[in-house]
Design a protein around this ligand. Structure first.
Ligand code: ADP
Ligand code: MG
Length: 133
């Protein structure tokens, strides 16, 4: 699963599915990349792959800071630090899968998995996935 990929939307969906299969349910995942690079879209595919309970609509949590999606594999906490820059995740660590956009702003929290997105053209992104330990 670790590695570098060039993907269209379908390819991104498959990456999210493959990553979902590897998750235990308590990981901290940092999503790094510019606006429009695909961080929220990736999160939507990831939540879909984890089988959300009931109807969910994964949107950008830019204004809410964090959204919570209950899934068959536990809670997914989806945060976006673009506006707030920092946030105390202590209460959530280990109690679900933490997916954090603009996580490069964070100082205290260490990720288990980092996913970097780079805009190549309208439909293609370069995606790098790595584990930190
Ligand atoms: P971010 O959260 O990084 O700001 P979004 O996921 O909100 O980015 O937006 C990415 C936009 O680019 C979406 O409208 C998505 O449909 C589009 N897009 C087109 N091709 C891709 C791709 N290969 N991967 C991710 N997003 C893509
Ligand atoms: Mg986003």
């Amino acid at each position: 699963m670790e590695g570098e990929y060039i993907v269209d939307l379908e390819g991104l969906k498959k990456l999210a599915k493959d990553l979902a299969r590897e998750l235990k349910g308590n990981e901290v995942i940092f999503l790094i990349g510019d606006l429009g690079a695909g961080k929220t879209t990736f999160t939507r595919f990831l939540v879909e792959a984890l089988k959300p309970k009931g109807e969910v609509n994964v949107t950008s949590p830019t204004f809410a800071v964090m959204n919570v999606y209950p899934t068959e594999r536990g809670e997914v906490y989806h945060a976006d630090l673009y506006r707030v820059k920092n946030f105390d995740f202590t209460d959530f660590e280990g109690s679900g899968i933490l997916v954090i956009e603009w996580a490069d702003y964070l100082k205290d929290l260490k990720p288990d998995i980092v996913v970097e997105f780079e805009h190549l053209d309208e439909n293609r992104r370069r995606v790098r996935i790595r584990r930190t330990h």
